[in-house]
Write a protein that binds this ligand. Structure first.
Ligand SMILES: CC(C)(COP(=O)(O)OP(=O)(O)OC[C@H]1O[C@@H](n2cnc3c(N)ncnc32)[C@H](O)[C@@H]1OP(=O)(O)O)[C@@H](O)C(=O)NCCC(=O)NCCS
Length: 155
């Protein structure tokens, strides 16, 4: 069955917290609780549901009027390499474009080849080395700029 995409809801929080703690143990999920993000218009969180099971999620945050940062993308271990991350990105980038977003930024570990390959496919590219390391690892700052609007001025 095709995975379903839906906004993350309060009922998903226990599973979501577990998933994030497992993948990003350095993050303090209690300090920035997901619960507060669900009702905050600066955040956008989607999940995939595969045969009724929460299988992945993606999070974006508005950091400037037309720029959002992708804060997280995780697919649960048993569901990887089935196209879920691609599906989440396709859906949410299209949604962001509809909302007038012009660019999306993210940070990714230098050695995360899987994520970097995926991001490249969607037009993201390396911008710079991030000023901090995460768990001793070098981190990169990547950016996607949606194609600019057509010029409509009078010459
Ligand atoms: C990175 C991650 C989100 C990919 O999720 P996924 O659902 O398995 O990815 P998809 O099946 O949609 O794969 C899409 C493409 O990404 C690339 N990719 C994904 N996993 C890969 C891997 N292990 N090795 C190499 N390329 C990989 C491939 O190009 C793949 O296309 P293909 O399957 O046609 O070759 C998942 O591995 C994950 O949750 N990792 C841990 C958390 C993480 O690193 N998140 C990103 C933080 S910046």
């Amino acid at each position: 069955m095709e995975p379903r995409i839906a906004p993350v809801s309060t009922n998903d929080l226990p599973v979501l917290n577990e998933l994030v703690k497992k993948e990003f143990s350095y993050l303090d999920v209690d300090k920035f609780p997901f619960e507060s993000k669900l009702s905050n218009p600066d955040f956008l969180l989607y999940k995939t549901v595969s045969d009724g099971v929460f299988s992945g999620f993606i999070e974006f945050e508005w950091i400037e009027s037309w720029t959002v940062r992708m804060n997280g993308l995780v697919v649960a271990q048993g569901f990887r390499r089935q196209g879920l991350a691609r599906t989440l990105l396709e859906f949410s980038l299209s949604e962001l474009k509809k909302r007038g977003v012009e660019s999306v930024v993210l940070i990714v570990a230098h050695d995360n080849a899987a994520a970097k390959k995926l991001y490249s496919e969607f037009g993201f590219s390396f911008d710079s080395i991030w000023s901090e390391t995460i768990q001793g690892k070098e981190v990169e700052y990547w950016r996607l700029v949606f194609s600019s609007k057509p010029f409509v001025g009078v010459i």
